[in-house]
Design a protein around this ligand. Structure first.
Ligand code: PMP
Length: 389
């Protein structure tokens, strides 16, 4: 049975964690894996989470099975944060809890694979490296489209729009709602509205991956593109992660929402539940229950919002400091979120690792939160000889 299997490449970013650990230099800097870090280089459990977990431990009456939809109250409480009060109550919207944003994306991919015709998913270049495999494993054909213009550090919107003009009605367009991973480059308001018009006109289905709400320009701003796209498109999908904005990474907390017309919504939900049942039966409860505890309580909610805002402003401050330190990093100030793709050749990535203990992905992507105020200057001095812009 297993003789036909081929070896698979190890995950490059996870490999980087091992290399970083083995490096004995005290001055080493980890800009690899995509978790938030505070100024001490830690990824602490948020205080609101600790308080909610404590409460949960005291009061949770049972750990008996939930259904395939997970914690429905969690989904209901999260919806207004994602969609705003008006859209959240839209009867055309159905949502379930999922194991992280990855679970939401995989469930979406399986649903798309069951859809009418032979839908393809259009994915920008570059994107989070797991996007294409998630869709391919579900049997959905992936079509790349241009996204990032490395020379300017911005979205090459003309190239993106002209590629998407080739998409067939019913095709899915995967979009990062905010804080693009890995580039940080975001569509501006005019580009979002042009894209929305294109999606509606061509009958495409937007699938918005919203994994970093609150870590770019703030909870409201980071959701605004998702909201306007959803308001305009008759069918749409949102894959959401709470793993970054609640710091719950390993607890795997996410949600999937689908917008469909009244005639197909019940069937959409039935199919989501049947698919979830065969994928994971039901999502892990603890993280979602913790988020629910927070969102049910005004004091915990404002504590969470405050902590998230601190995280956001630390990242924004580092972006501004990088942009100020070298004119070739100026585009970082206009981007959003934890990541940026530096214009560095591959050999520079290895040279920086060897000579300075600076660890970043081979693509040149950095997790900005891996820097500290006091390491920005030495980091910029180290990369300056290699910057290509
Ligand atoms: N989408 C994007 C763009 C991401 O960067 C990530 C996580 N790196 C995810 C989805 C998945 O998030 P989760 O850990 O919740 O599965």
């Amino acid at each position: 049975l297993f003789g036909a299997l081929e070896r698979q490449p190890a995950d490059a970013l996870l490999g980087l964690i091992g290399l970083f650990r083995q490096d004995p230099r005290a001055t080493k800097i980890d800009l690899g894996v995509g978790v938030y870090r505070d100024d001490a280089g830690e990824t602490p459990v948020m205080q609101a989470i600790k308080a909610a977990e404590h409460r949960l431990a005291e009061t949770q009456p049972t750990k008996a099975y939930l259904g395939a939809e997970g914690d429905a109250r969690f989904v209901d409480l999260l919806a207004p944060i994602v969609f705003g009060a008006a859209l959240a109550g839209d009867p055309g919207l159905t949502g379930v809890q999922t194991p992280g944003g990855t679970g939401a994306l995989r469930l979406a991919a399986e649903l798309v694979a069951r859809g009418a015709g032979d839908p393809k998913v259009w994915i920008g270049t570059p994107t989070w490296p797991n996007h294409a495999p998630i869709f391919r494993e579900a049997g959905v054909t992936v079509r790349p489209h241009p996204f990032f213009d490395a020379a300017s550090g911005t979205v090459d919107f003309a190239a993106m729009a002209s590629a998407l003009a080739e998409a067939a009605p019913g095709d899915v367009v995967l979009l990062h709602g905010c804080c693009h991973n890995p580039t940080g480059a975001e569509l501006d308001a005019a580009q979002w509205s042009a894209l929305t018009a294109l999606v509606v006109e061509r009958g495409l289905i937007p699938l918005i991956d919203l994994a970093y709400q609150g870590l770019g320009r703030g909870l409201e701003d980071d959701a605004s593109a998702t909201r306007s796209m959803l308001a305009a498109a008759p069918e749409a999908i949102v894959a959401y992660s709470c793993d970054k904005n609640f710091g719950l990474y390993r607890d795997r907390v996410g949600a999937l929402w689908v917008k469909a017309d009244g005639g197909s919504l019940a069937a959409v939900r039935d199919n989501i539940l049947v698919l979830a049942r065969s994928l994971w039966s039901m999502p892990p409860d603890h993280g979602a229950a913790t988020v629910r505890e927070i969102l049910e309580d005004a004091t915990l909610t404002s504590s969470w919002r405050r902590e998230l805002e601190e995280m956001r402003s630390r990242i924004a401050g580092l972006r501004a400091a990088l942009a100020d330190a070298d004119a070739r990093l100026a585009p970082l100030a206009h981007q959003g979120g934890m990541f940026a793709m530096l214009p560095l050749p591959r050999d520079a990535i290895f040279a920086l690792r060897a000579s300075h203990g600076i660890y970043m992905a081979e693509s040149g992507r950095i997790n900005i939160a891996g820097l500290r105020g006091e390491t920005v200057a030495s980091f910029v001095a180290a990369i300056a000889p290699y910057l290509q812009r």
